[in-house]
Write a protein that binds this ligand. Structure first.
Ligand SMILES: Nc1nc2c([nH]c(=O)n2[C@H]2C[C@H](O)[C@@H](COP(=O)(O)OP(=O)(O)OP(=O)(O)O)O2)c(=O)[nH]1
Length: 327
């Protein structure tokens, strides 16, 4: 996928343990202005003005939303608390350069490290960017730790002019290539986990299930399915899982293979054959107390999904919308 391909498609929010990253939106203006109007935040940033008014926030958001719509290589995402949806800050990629800031009340809790990891993984994996550049003022030690801890390598030093302090400071520049990122990310051997999942479609809607509390990735919405047991075929495993989870009977001939995911999570490598299903027997209902939802294509921008599913949902959208099976 490239930035051009993100155009005119729903942007699936990026979910991590505590955070949600999604494109900046005009409703963020008030919270953004409140957090940005803080000299402690803007003094180590090159372009942020101080004081920062509500009008500044509206202008910034309007400009960035327009640039993202144009299909330019720009992603400006709001960092939100995944549960409360409170606005915490911004992370962005614009023409090869990454930038971020976090509101002062949220410093010192590892939020930016988490947002940074989730965002750069998406940029290298899904958007296939070849590399990015990032800079920080060395006096911003928290930021330097995140950048260096993320594997970025120092390139050169240059003066950075801070709008807020109206003065120039020494800036350290860094870069990270896709090749170096993957080499580092994949350096550790992790187990391969085989999972099978289904896109169940009815009346132009897709069924998704919320991962319950207590499981990994709790609260994200996934496709029904589960782990393939030893000796099982993907089809048999899916039929078993759908019977256990949804009380339906599915036969081999109901299942149409669509694509598969091969996705590296930090602790395991997921391989997930992915089938579509439009016919089954029995009354479909959640048998394990899980929340279920029938969603349309545009609803995707409002539900967090496992990172591995983002590409699957796009593929599903491309195929099923054409066939008139998903609206
Ligand atoms: N069922 C399903 N699982 C998915 C999807 N996307 C995705 O990354 N997964 C991951 C989440 C889990 O780590 C694994 C499925 O395991 P599971 O649902 O059978 O088992 P589990 O949650 O009890 O296992 P675990 O995560 O606690 O290890 O695959 C998806 O769309 N559907």
């Amino acid at each position: 996928m490239t930035f051009e391909m993100l155009k005119n498609r729903p942007f699936l929010p990026l979910a991590s343990e505590r955070l949600l990253l999604r494109p900046i939106h005009k409703n963020d203006a008030k919270a953004l202005a409140k957090l940005a109007n803080n000299h402690n935040v803007s003094k180590t940033l090159a372009r942020m003005p101080y004081p920062y008014s509500l009008q500044d926030a509206h202008d910034f958001i309007e400009r960035k939303v327009r640039e993202m719509k144009d299909g330019s290589p720009t992603l400006v995402l709001s960092i939100l608390n995944r549960t409360s949806h409170e606005f915490l800050g911004i992370i962005s990629y614009e023409n090869g350069t990454l930038g971020y800031w976090l509101g002062e009340p949220f410093w010192g809790q590892g939020f930016m490290k988490e947002a940074f990891q989730s965002f750069i993984h998406f940029l290298f994996d899904f958007c296939e960017i070849p590399e990015f550049e990032i800079s920080a003022m060395p006096l911003n030690t928290a930021s330097v730790r995140i950048i260096e801890g993320g594997g970025c390598l120092p390139t050169f030093q240059k003066e950075l002019y801070s709008n807020a302090t109206q003065s120039a400071h020494l800036g350290q520049y860094y870069a990270l290539t896709r090749e170096n990122y993957w080499a580092r990310y994949c350096a550790k051997d992790v187990p391969v986990v085989w999972v099978v999942a289904a896109a169940i479609l009815k009346d132009q809607k897709l069924l998704v299930a919320e991962r319950p509390q207590g499981k990994s990735m709790a609260g994200v919405w996934e496709l029904p399915g589960g782990k393939i047991e030893s000796g099982e075929t993907p089809e048999a495993a899916l039929a078993r899982e759908l019977h256990e989870e949804l009380g339906i009977e599915v036969h081999h001939e109901d299942l149409k293979p669509l694509t598969f995911a091969s996705y590296r999570y930090p602790k395991f490598h997921l391989v997930m054959p992915f089938f579509t299903l439009t016919t089954w027997r029995g009354d479909l209902h959640g048998k394990e107390g899980q929340n279920l939802a029938w969603i349309s294509y545009s609803d995707l921008e409002n539900i967090p999904t496992p990172a591995a599913d983002i590409a699957l949902f796009h593929k599903l959208g491309a195929v099923m919308k054409n066939q008139g099976l998903w609206g």
